[in-house]
Write a protein that binds this ligand. Structure first.
Ligand code: NAD
Length: 356
């Protein structure tokens, strides 16, 4: 199979396969669309079962980054990197440096950051060998860990969804199931608890689940049981693809709104949620807070209050997407993708006009 034949290939501009056998590096960097600016998105390290699986992930993640950055109003395109390997056993300083050299070789076409399996300490190491990282307090213009900012935007998205679906954005007393209590899941739990929500959580990492349960007075359920919970809101905050043929009919939630990237296994699952009357807040809209914060490093203009003001607009943007979706009788994620494509098309037209 070539990249062009992959079902997830969506006119990506560039897909780079990176290998450094000495350092044990096998990585793929995908630049989906750079109309609005250099491609920017995290680097994920995961023990993919096959190269096809890694390719599918990087193609889908980078495409979603294009939509996320466009709707966030950022002068950035969409890109993502994946490193094939188990972060617990395969990650080494040599591997991270080899990856950094590959990023440097792209000469600013792609900026990298943390994602699952690659933490801030890893990004620090990567930053020693490339200029093209963001989301690092030590390297950038003042940004720091993106997770609290992502969670802040996520809470706005959840509130907007509650307002639209349940008639009020007051979360007090609502039951929310949070899948995954890692960096962003934990931060979201904190905000939800402060807002008075009752939490049901799960995590494959039992210690993380136990710690979060204690901290947020949450009920722990099994990682498979999370789909069956009698909750108003299901908030996926772990891996993508969790809204799929096997899970969709188990959901009892009236809203799906969480921070994980690519929650829909395929776009048709967004349509299935819509048909079942479950409101889906598109992940790439509500989880853009971290990008708002970290991307300032790329532009060198960090201003925390301005970042927060932009993140707080996620509430209105999410409501606007729901309004347009209702008007058109279409699933919100389709409407949001169309809005992002429109922004990119307009930018292309303006550029062509200027070139004339
Ligand atoms: P993380 O690795 O810190 O946390 C993920 C957590 O999910 C871990 O605790 C892990 O044990 C758990 N997990 C994995 N598989 C699970 C499963 N099947 N069921 C339950 N728990 C499971 O990663 P993170 O930074 O919190 O990111 C989580 C998701 O949010 C990812 O999809 C990421 O792409 C997305 N995201 C993160 C940010 C950010 O600012 N960190 C921004 C935007 C999107």
């Amino acid at each position: 199979m070539t990249v062009f034949d992959s079902p997830d290939y969506a006119d990506h501009e560039r897909v780079v396969f990176c290998r450094d056998s000495g350092a044990g590096l096998k990585a793929i960097v995908a630049l989906h669309d750079t109309t609005l600016g250099p491609a920017a998105g995290g680097c994920r390290m995961w023990p993919y079962a096959s190269t096809e699986q890694a390719l599918s992930d990087v193609l889908r993640l980078s495409e979603a980054m294009t939509d996320k950055n466009a709707l966030a109003g950022l002068a950035l395109g969409g890109g993502t990197a994946v490193i094939i390997g188990d972060p617990a056993t395969d990650k080494s300083p040599a591997l991270l440096r080899a990856f950094a050299r590959q990023v440097q070789g792209l000469a600013g076409a792609y900026y990298t950051a943390e994602d699952i399996g690659i933490g801030l300490a890893d990004v620090e190491r990567i930053a020693a060998d490339t200029d093209y990282v963001f989301g690092l307090a030590s390297k950038g213009a003042g940004s720091s860990d993106p997770s609290p900012f992502t969670a802040r935007g996520g809470l706005h998205g959840i509130r907007a969804a509650a307002k639209h679906k349940l008639g009020s954005d007051d979360l007090a007393g609502l039951r929310v199931a949070v899948q995954g209590v890692g960096n962003v899941g934990r931060q979201l739990c904190r905000l939800l608890q402060e807002a008075g929500a009752k939490l049901v959580i799960c995590d494959i990492d039992e210690r993380a689940a136990a710690a979060a349960a204690k901290e947020f007075n949450a009920e722990i359920v099994g990682t498979d049981e999370i789909y069956d919970q009698a909750v108003e809101i299901f908030a996926p905050c772990a891996m993508g693809g969790v809204i799929n043929d096997a899970t969709i009919d188990r959901l009892r939630a009236r809203i799906v709104a969480g921070l994980a990237n690519n929650q829909l296994a395929a776009p048709r699952h967004g349509a299935m949620l819509f048909e079942r009357g479950i409101l889906y807040a598109p992940d790439f809209v509500v989880n853009a807070g971290g990008m708002h914060n970290a991307s300032c490093d790329i532009f060198g203009d960090y201003d925390k209050q301005r970042v927060i003001d932009k993140i707080d607009r996620i509430y209105d943007l999410t409501l606007e997407i729901f309004r347009r979706a209702d008007e058109a009788g279409r699933p919100p994620h389709e409407v949001a993708i169309d809005m992002a494509k429109r922004i990119i098309r307009d930018a292309k037209e303006r550029r062509e006009e200027q070139a004339r």
